[in-house]
Ligand binder design. Structure first.
Ligand code: AMP
Length: 418
């Protein structure tokens, strides 16, 4: 690790400002808001326990939802405080603000090993603007800074970046939490020198979202397997027909450049040879965002590399599944990001589930498997295989940016290890 971690800190009696990722789902039950999935809170327990053991005073800060600078009661972190207290077995003192006198008074009375959780930092618009004055107010209670919110580290906000810079300027230490340390270890160090063959599986909706990751991984991987809607932009680049599939015609040149680079570097670049296609039918129903819901009819396997007019490709087909499973089985290191199809719909989930199974089985045989967050993690958990891979990232956007080779502002602001 190039950065200081919470293990390195001597924080007895010190006020430690800990940025956590408590962006948890909340729901009203019997007139009270409750946390419906505490995974993100559980993930911070090792860091918090270590800090308690070290005798620190823990001041936790986080965001929840997108309140856009307004005090939205349904996005208050109060329920997260109750959940954390249950899980960690220590009282958690919730303060209904994140800056100001109230916070400073509560913090002044803290004893070593105690925990305060501050209210949602995004109740102030200045948080996302990384406003220096706001960061200064947040930092007033901080002697040491710890960031355990990898999922927010790609954003230069006041609580993820500004506070760290201020603490450092005053000569205080800024360290990665244990969760952040693990993310950097697996997405960084492990993939810098992977055991070979190193097989990368990339899926999802758009080439434009992942092209920088593809480009970077073409320099490291032995094989890249492409699935999801992204595959159809590559097919278009190869002069194939894509019917009503989701494609980005303006990204054909980008796709061609990736194919050429793969050839030049002798990286195996596998595209689907068959798929599952269906005909879209518009309905009168609207989804939660008010968009018309499309139903899919006549789902069937298509063994041709062309998709017929009027149909869309929605999953990889059985021959592709077999070829991808074979390539995955040979891997010593696997990185997977993005589903192989529209897996939220059962009719188009087989490809993603088969890849999940192949990744889990190959891991059992000794390969290291790293899952780059987002939908691939959802798919693995849905099929009960989450526990059978080496590492699942907690950051969607953050893990993609990290894999692109970008420096995350929340990581850059941490103290370098001497
Ligand atoms: P991403 O966020 O880029 O990883 O994309 C994930 C989304 O891509 C999921 O919601 C999938 O339903 C969607 N997706 C994957 N394959 C396809 C496909 N062939 N056609 C349409 N959407 C797809």
């Amino acid at each position: 690790m190039a950065k200081l971690t919470v293990r390195d800190l001597d924080v007895h009696g010190k006020r430690v400002f800990v940025r956590v990722d408590y962006n948890v789902p909340l729901e009203e039950k019997d007139g009270e808001m409750v946390v419906t999935d505490a995974t993100r809170i559980e993930a911070t327990l090792p860091t918090l326990r270590l800090l308690i053991e070290k005798g620190a005073k823990l001041i936790l800060a986080a965001h929840c939802g997108r309140p856009k600078g307004q005090r939205v009661p349904a996005m208050s972190l109060r329920p997260a405080a109750a959940k954390l207290a249950d899980l960690i077995g220590v009282p958690v003192n919730f303060v209904d603000d994140c800056i100001g006198e109230k916070v400073e008074k509560v913090v002044a009375n803290m004893v070593p090993g105690s925990i305060v959780l501050l209210e949602n930092v995004r109740f102030y618009a200045e948080e996302e603007k990384n406003d220096p004055g706001f960061a200064e107010k947040l930092a007033r209670v901080a002697e040491v800074y710890v960031n355990d919110a990898f999922g927010s580290a790609h954003r230069a906000h006041a609580s993820t970046e500004g506070v760290a810079r201020l603490v450092a300027r005053r000569g205080g230490q800024c360290a990665a939490g244990l969760l952040m340390e693990k993310e950097l270890q697996f997405l960084g160090d492990e993939l810098d020198n992977p055991a070979r063959p190193f097989v990368v599986i990339l899926g999802g909706a758009k080439v434009s979202d992942k092209i920088k990751v593809i480009d970077r991984l073409l320099e490291k991987a032995d094989a890249i397997l492409i699935g999801g809607a992204m595959a159809y932009t590559f097919r278009l680049a190869q002069g194939r027909k894509t019917g009503a599939s989701l494609v980005e015609p303006d990204k054909v040149d980008t796709a061609n450049a990736a194919l050429a680079k793969a050839k030049a570097r002798h990286v195996k670049f596998l595209l689907p040879t068959d798929d599952v296609i269906a005909e879209p039918v518009k309905t009168d129903k609207l989804d939660k965002k008010g968009k018309p819901i499309v139903e899919w009819q006549q789902a069937r396997t298509n063994a041709s590399p062309d998709v017929p007019e009027g149909a869309a490709g929605l999953d990889i087909g059985p021959a592709t599944v077999a070829a991808y499973a074979k390539a995955i089985a040979e891997a010593k290191t696997i990185l997977w990001n993005g589903p192989m199809g529209m897996f939220e719909n059962k009719q188009f989930a087989a490809g993603t589930n088969a890849v999940a199974k192949a990744v889990a089985e190959t891991t059992t045989k000794g390969a290291k498997s790293i899952i780059g967050g987002g939908d691939s993690v959802k798919a693995l958990n849905k099929s009960g295989l989450g526990g059978q891979v080496t590492f699942m990232s907690t950051g969607g956007g953050a893990s993609l940016e990290f894999l692109e080779g970008l420096e995350l502002p929340g990581v850059a602001a941490l103290t370098d290890r001497k």
